[in-house]
Ligand binder design. Structure first.
Ligand SMILES: [Ca+2]
Ligand SMILES: [Ca+2]
Length: 273
């Protein structure tokens, strides 16, 4: 195995959880693996696949790898099942299950890498849709346990603001009974898509469970071509990123070092078929 590594010392004042870890060693691994195999390899031999927090780390990766016209895996991936509810509060979800949350055929598909909010389609099944699309929406009012269909079309964020202002929040669906009540509310309304409170963050977290605000996508990326591209790769000539099929076999970058402590509890709800 051919491998190079370099130590990065970031001269940053400590303490803030939003800052990258102070020092990490970066390793270029000259072996071809798919994304999951690369992740396992990094976790077994180093710490994890790399997270790129800024342009300095990007330059560093270029400096420890050969300048060849190909791509390498980084810890970037787009988890189609990392859904969260707009309405927070653990107690609210005690005893809730998800088997009545049914995705429409071939959903979620994150079409064009642009679908991060969920609407009910045909009043019963879920579909991930572009958050900027305008649809009617369902608010939940906790005071009288009611569901309110607002027939004005709004973006998901606008709908969320509206529900938070006039009711409690965009609705969650916590039980079979709640699902039935929602179906009754929608019955006869004729709406095609209706926003509910489910959403997720694009391309977060990275493999090491941290998040980064830095992005360096190549032109027209990410595009989730054919709806099969959920892993991120790094161009060894330019440092730019593209989304691609996770089964591709590529070189990859690992790091050794501390993992940023997540001091905020992530309230992820894994909603699978
Ligand atoms: Ca979709
Ligand atoms: Ca792509």
């Amino acid at each position: 195995m051919e491998e190079t590594c370099l130590l990065l010392i970031l001269l940053l004042s400590g303490g803030l959880s939003t800052l990258p870890p102070h020092s990490r060693e970066y390793h270029f691994v000259n072996q071809l693996m798919n994304w999951t195999e690369a992740q396992s390899y990094c976790r077994a031999n180093f710490t994890d696949l790399v997270t790129i927090y800024n342009i300095d780390i990007s330059q560093l990766l270029l400096s420890v790898s050969p300048r060849i016209s190909t791509w390498a895996w980084i810890g970037l991936y787009n988890d189609r099942y990392s859904w969260k509810w707009s309405m927070e509060g653990k107690l609210f979800y005690v005893g809730s299950t998800h088997e009545f949350l049914i995705w429409a055929n071939d959903q979620p598909d994150c079409l064009n890498a642009n679908e991060y909010c969920v609407a009910l389609q045909g009043q019963t099944q879920m579909n991930d849709r572009p958050c900027g699309d305008s649809y009617p929406f369902l608010c939940y009012n906790a005071k009288n346990t009611s569901y309110i269909l607002v027939k004005e079309s709004r973006s998901w964020s606008e709908a969320q603001s509206y529900c938070r202002t006039y009711h409690t929040d965009l609705t969650s669906i916590r039980s079979k009974e709640e699902k039935s009540n929602i179906t009754l509310t929608l019955n006869g309304s004729g709406v095609q898509y209706v926003w509910i409170g489910l959403y997720r963050d694009p391309w977060a977290p990275w493999s090491d469970n941290t998040t980064s605000t830095f992005t360096n996508w190549a032109y027209s990326q990410p595009n989730n071509y054919n709806s099969v591209e959920y892993c991120g790769m790094f161009n060894l000539m330019t440092g730019e990123w593209a989304d691609v099929f996770c089964g591709l076999r590529l070189y990859f970058f690992c790091f050794t070092g501390e993992v940023q402590n997540a001091n905020t509890v992530r309230s992820c709800h894994h909603v699978k078929h």
